[in-house]
Design a protein around this ligand. Structure first.
Ligand SMILES: *Cc1c(COP(=O)(O)O)cnc(C)c1O
Length: 427
């Protein structure tokens, strides 16, 4: 979002006009930002056979998935329903990688029947694949590199106490199962979930996979998952893509030489691709001056963006209606009946009732983690594409909220009110 001529704009469209047209609260995504991130990632890894798989769980709207497809991106999913969404968005089954983490076998089998690529994260699952499909279903393996980085407390890399992946120490057991059934192992994968800024830490993880790879002659790809750190505020560290790209590409090329042929290098960014593109626009209901603090109470809350309350995440907030107002300190809070703080003691240009605020960096794990808590509708979603805002999801309605509920007491209540009427008549 850019401040131009004293108004905030996305691709030249005034954000206040978007708010007027589609109503508040509203998620707005900037397609250009997504494309810019994809390009940055690609140019950082120029010179290797790179495949980017978008981690759909960050933001699952079908139009976003289709936008990814337009950019030549594949997709990574974590549930059978995300797999269905990806196919609905037009991805071919082989472009969809499914990474269950402890999902039930019937769900996994449903996904496999759709033909998607499986990334297995435990040994019993590998055994089950062998028993069910013999050598007919090629799989990738999610490996836990059992590496706890000594240096920085913040980077807790796929450590051995994490639930994810098959510990690399079990390489012999993996090979035993794969050999028993002849299961083709076509990919090695690691996703640590950590935010890495230190490319050397990352290279250590890569080495674990490179070493294991020697035991698997059929590999088509090595997938390093995600973990790209995004800056949420000025001064935040973020992954230095060109630096990471140069180091990892060099290491990867020399690995391919040793391996004897070229394989694909994959990443699965979620946050990196969509976080910055997203803005949660909210309206100010009340400005409440208490003796010690001034609360800005907005028409949204943790039901729409849970990251501040769940992860203590910091989201930049802009006063879109009054960008040049005098700065004051505010607590920006939601309308949920719970402590529901978006930002405490935040300096903002003077906020007035009716102002539109924007919570920045709200594209990833914003709408996709939204709920109906307090019986509130989830917001509409808008995508700004080629200079025009498009509605890509309607705002929910009250009917949406009660759909699926089954009423078992209507007859009893009718009888009760009839009896009450009779009693009144006979008095
Ligand atoms: C969530 C997830 C990602 C994406 O992580 P981000 O931090 O959003 O980039 C990638 N791979 C797997 C397996 C995931 O579960």
């Amino acid at each position: 979002m850019q401040l131009t001529n004293q108004s905030y704009q996305i691709q030249g469209v005034n954000v206040l006009d978007i708010a007027d047209e589609f109503g508040l609260p509203l998620y707005v995504y900037d397609a250009d930002k997504i494309i810019e991130k994809i390009d940055a990632l690609r140019s950082a890894f120029d010179g290797v056979n790179l495949k980017v798989k978008y981690a759909a769980k960050a933001l699952t709207n079908l139009s976003i998935l289709k936008l990814m497809q337009l950019q030549g991106i594949d997709v990574e999913v974590v549930s059978v329903n995300e797999a269905r969404l990806a196919l609905m968005a037009g991805f071919a089954p082989e472009q969809v990688m499914y990474t269950p983490s402890g999902n039930a076998w019937p769900e996994i089998q449903e996904a496999l029947e759709l033909g998607v690529q499986l990334n297995a994260d435990n040994l019993p699952l590998l055994e089950q694949i062998g028993q069910t499909y013999g050598d007919r279903y090629p799989v990738a393996l999610r490996i836990n590199p059992s590496l706890l980085d000594g240096g920085m407390a913040k980077i807790q890399v796929g450590h051995e106490n994490s639930k994810f992946g098959i510990p690399n120490q079990y390489n012999a057991q993996i090979r035993a199962i794969a050999t028993k059934y002849g299961i083709p192992i076509i990919g090695l994968h690691v996703h640590t979930g950590s935010d890495f800024k230190d490319s050397n830490t990352f290279l250590k993880i890569a080495d674990v996979l490179f070493e294991m790879a020697a035991d698997y002659p059929d590999l088509q790809f090595i997938d390093f998952g995600s973990g790209f750190k995004v800056a949420y505020r000025e001064g935040d560290y973020f992954t230095d893509l060109p630096d990471l790209g140069a180091k990892v590409s060099a290491a990867f090329r020399s690995f391919c030489d040793r391996y004897g042929r070229e394989v694909q290098l994959c990443f699965e960014p979620g946050k990196l691709l969509v976080s910055e593109s997203g803005h949660l626009l909210v309206g100010v209901n009340v400005v409440k001056e208490n003796p010690t603090r001034t609360f800005v109470q907005v028409n949204s809350g943790l039901n729409h963006l849970i990251r501040p309350m769940m992860y203590d995440a910091w989201h930049t907030i802009l006063n879109v209606s009054n960008p040049t107002g005098t700065e004051k300190s505010y607590d920006v809070v939601g309308y949920i009946c719970e402590t529901d703080t978006f930002a405490a003691d935040r300096q903002l240009p003077e906020v007035r009732p009716g102002d539109v605020l924007s919570l920045e960096n709200a594209g990833a794990y914003g709408f996709s983690m939204a709920s109906n808590y307090n019986t509130r509708e989830r917001p509409a979603e808008v995508l700004v594409y080629e200079g025009k805002p498009y509605l890509i999801r309607q705002r929910e309605t009250f009917e949406d909220l009660i759909r699926g509920q089954v009423d078992i007491f209507s007859e009893k209540l009718r009888v009760k009110s009839e009896m009450l009427e009779q009693t009144l008549l006979h008095q």
